[in-house]
Design a protein around this ligand. Structure first.
Ligand SMILES: Nc1ncnc2c1ncn2[C@@H]1O[C@H](COP(=O)(O)OP(=O)(O)OP(=O)(O)O)[C@@H](O)[C@H]1O
Ligand SMILES: O=C(O)[C@H](O)[C@@H](O)[C@H](O)[C@H](O)CO
Length: 246
C-alpha cells in the first residue's frame, strides 16, 4: 500500500517516483494498488498561507488536486479510480455533483450550456479543497472540463494556498474511439448521441496550459492507467524538488 504520509523507503531509492514507477511497471496496472510515498522531512500539513514560518515553509507538505478530464467516455472514472487507489487518496466523481436538472437534460439528449455548468464546476472545486482540508495530501477529481474557461474555474483553487498544486490529466482520443466506447457502455444516462455535442464544444488544452498532462487513451486501459500513474509520480517528484529549492 502506498500512502503519502508514511516515510517508508522502498529499495533504498531516494526518489518516490522512481521507486513507485519501477514497482508499477512490473505490475503494469493490471490490478489497482496503493503505493507508499516518503513524507517530506518537515511538514506543517497546512493549507493556509500564514501557518508556516519562513524557515519551514519551503519544506511544507505539498498538496495536489489531480483533475482527470476529457469528453464523455474517455475513461475519466477508470483512470481516476486507479490513481486514487494507487495513491491512497480520495476520489471525487464529478458526475455525482451534477444537479438532477443537468442529469435530466443529458438523459434527454440535450447538451448542457455554460450556465448549467458554472455552479457544478464551483462545487467540484470546493469539494476538492474540502477533502484536502480533512487532512488528505491529494485528491483525484473527474470533470469533463471541456472548455478552457471551465478549467479556469478550477484553477482558482490554488490562488491563496501556495502549497496546493492543481494538475489536469487530459485523456485524449478521437470522437470515433469514444463513440464506440459509449455505444458499448450500458445503463448510463449519457447516450452515444451526446458524444458529438461534447466534441462540438471541446477546447483541447493548449501548450500554454502548462498544468496539463496529456495521455493518449486510444490505447488499452492498462497502458493508459500505468502511463497516467507514471506521470503523476514524476510530477509529484518535480513539485517536491522545486519546493525544496525555494
Ligand atoms: N483505454 C480504454 N480502452 C478501452 N476501453 C476503455 C478504456 N478506458 C475506459 N474504457 C471503457 O470505456 C467506457 C467509458 O469509460 P469511463 O466510464 O471510465 O469514462 P468516463 O470518461 O468516466 O465517462 P463519462 O464521462 O461518460 O462518465 C467504460 O466502459 C470503460 O470500461
Ligand atoms: O460537462 C458535461 O457535459 C458533463 O459533465 C458530461 O461530460 C457528463 O457528465 C459526463 O461525460 C458523463 O457522461
Amino acid at each position: 500500500m502506498l500512502s503519502y504520509d508514511s516515510p517508508v523507503s522502498v529499495n533504498g531509492q531516494s526518489s518516490a517516483a522512481s521507486t513507485i514507477m519501477s514497482a508499477t511497471r512490473q505490475n503494469m496496472a493490471s490490478t489497482p494498488k496503493t503505493v507508499r510515498l516518503p513524507a517530506p522531512a518537515l511538514s506543517n500539513g497546512s493549507l493556509t498561507n500564514g501557518a508556516a514560518s519562513s524557515t519551514n515553509a519551503s519544506l511544507a507538505k505539498q498538496h495536489h488536486i489531480w483533475l482527470v478530464t476529457g469528453p464523455a467516455g474517455c475513461g475519466k472514472s477508470t483512470v481516476a479510480k486507479y490513481l486514487a487507489t494507487c495513491l491512497h487518496i480520495p476520489y471525487i466523481e464529478g458526475d455525482e455533483y451534477h444537479p438532477q436538472a443537468n442529469i435530466d437534460k443529458m438523459s434527454a439528449g440535450i447538451p448542457l450550456t455554460d450556465a448549467d455548468r458554472w455552479d457544478w464546476l464551483t462545487a467540484l472545486r470546493e469539494a476538492s479543497i474540502h477533502e484536502l482540508e480533512q487532512g488528505h495530501d491529494g485528491v483525484v477529481l473527474t470533470c469533463s472540463a471541456l472548455k478552457r474557461k471551465y478549467r479556469d474555474v478550477i484553477r482558482v483553487a490554488p490562488y491563496f494556498t501556495p502549497n496546493l498544486h492543481l494538475h489536469f490529466i487530459y485523456l485524449d482520443a478521437s470522437e470515433e474511439v469514444l463513440l464506440q466506447r459509449v455505444l458499448a457502455r450500458q445503463n448510463h444516462y449519457m447516450g452515444a448521441n451526446m458524444v458529438h455535442s461534447q466534441f462540438d464544444i471541446l477546447e483541447p488544452p493548449t501548450k500554454a496550459e502548462v498544468d496539463v498532462i496529456r495521455v493518449d487513451v486510444s490505447r488499452p486501459a492498462d497502458v493508459v492507467m500505468a502511463e497516467a500513474l507514471d506521470n503523476v509520480l514524476k510530477t509529484m517528484d518535480q513539485v517536491q524538488g522545486a519546493s525544496a529549492q525555494k
